[in-house]
Design a protein around this ligand. Structure first.
Ligand code: GTP
Ligand code: MG
Length: 249
């Protein structure tokens, strides 16, 4: 078994809560309502993973399975500029963009197929000395939810989703990569009692995601990240900020 790698989020509190950062060989689920910062965090990790280990990165490249067409190259460039300033380095946004391989998924079958393509690509990149250390699926369930509507379809959906989750886990193990998926929240019918929100995807996602992080909006550009589920770490919360330079303390 390969040694687990840790990828910095760029935020001190957040990294500490995660025991150093986002782990390889694991699925980390980011869930929260619209605008809570899931896609922003995914972009930031796609930048950070390319940094060397001294700067919290994994010297790696990235594959993004984009289901909602929310990948923004301009945003990556801003974040690279942010890191250049933070570390006093002269980082080239073009180089960072070249190491981010984005595939648009058109439906749930295509999304599942793209994990196979990602495996082929990751094998090629490994030989080229650009190992993939991060696979992002943003968002995990949008297609599944749109295609499987109504009670009678739930069992089929969950079975397919289970297969998808396991091929993602396998990817993480095979390439010693972080797997990061985003997920939406669904209002509880009995919102009056307890936590008004929970992630969608039921037990399948709940049991296969290694780490579950709940993001919510706070004042201004602040966001609160809560570690809800982890095999080895205590629950906790961290405050982060979404700024022009990217995610910061
Ligand atoms: P859904 O995908 O809709 O569920 O939301 P999400 O959780 O992915 O939200 P996302 O990460 O897209 O966060 C959107 C928020 O991030 C915006 O409301 C802004 O507050 C912030 N944001 C997005 N882009 C920028 C940017 O270029 N600069 C700055 N400063 N903030 C940004
Ligand atoms: Mg998003």
């Amino acid at each position: 078994r390969k040694l687990v790698g840790k990828l910095t989020t760029g935020c001190t509190e957040f990294d500490e809560m995660m025991g150093g950062g986002v782990e390889t060989q694991a699925i980390t689920e980011l869930y929260g309502e619209f605008g809570s910062g899931k896609t922003q965090l995914a972009h930031q990790l796609a930048v950070n993973v390319q940094m060397d280990r001294e700067h919290g990165g994994l010297d790696g490249s990235v594959i993004i399975i984009d289901t909602e067409n929310t990948f923004r190259p301009e945003r990556i460039a801003q974040m690279v500029k942010g890191l250049s300033e933070k570390y006093g380095m002269d980082l080239d946004p073009k180089e960072f963009l070249q190491n981010i391989h984005v595939a648009r998924a058109y439906n749930s079958n295509h999304q599942m197929l793209l994990v196979e393509s990602a495996t082929d690509l990751a094998n090629e990149l490994k030989e080229m000395g650009k190992p993939v250390r991060l696979l992002i699926v943003d968002s995990l369930l949008a297609h599944f939810r749109a295609e499987y509507v109504g009670r009678g379809t739930l069992a089929d959906r969950q079975q397919k989703l289970n297969k998808h989750m396991h091929s993602l886990l396998r990817f993480g193990d095979l390439f010693n990569a972080c797997v990061v998926v985003t997920n939406q929240v669904m209002a509880k019918p009995d919102a009056f009692f307890g936590d008004p929100t929970r992630p969608v995807g039921g037990h399948v996602v709940g049991h296969t995601a290694t780490f579950r992080l709940y993001l919510r909006k706070s004042k201004g550009d602040k966001r609160i990240v809560r570690l809800v589920d982890s095999p080895n770490l205590p629950e906790g919360e961290a405050v982060i900020a979404v700024t022009t330079a990217g995610l910061t303390d």
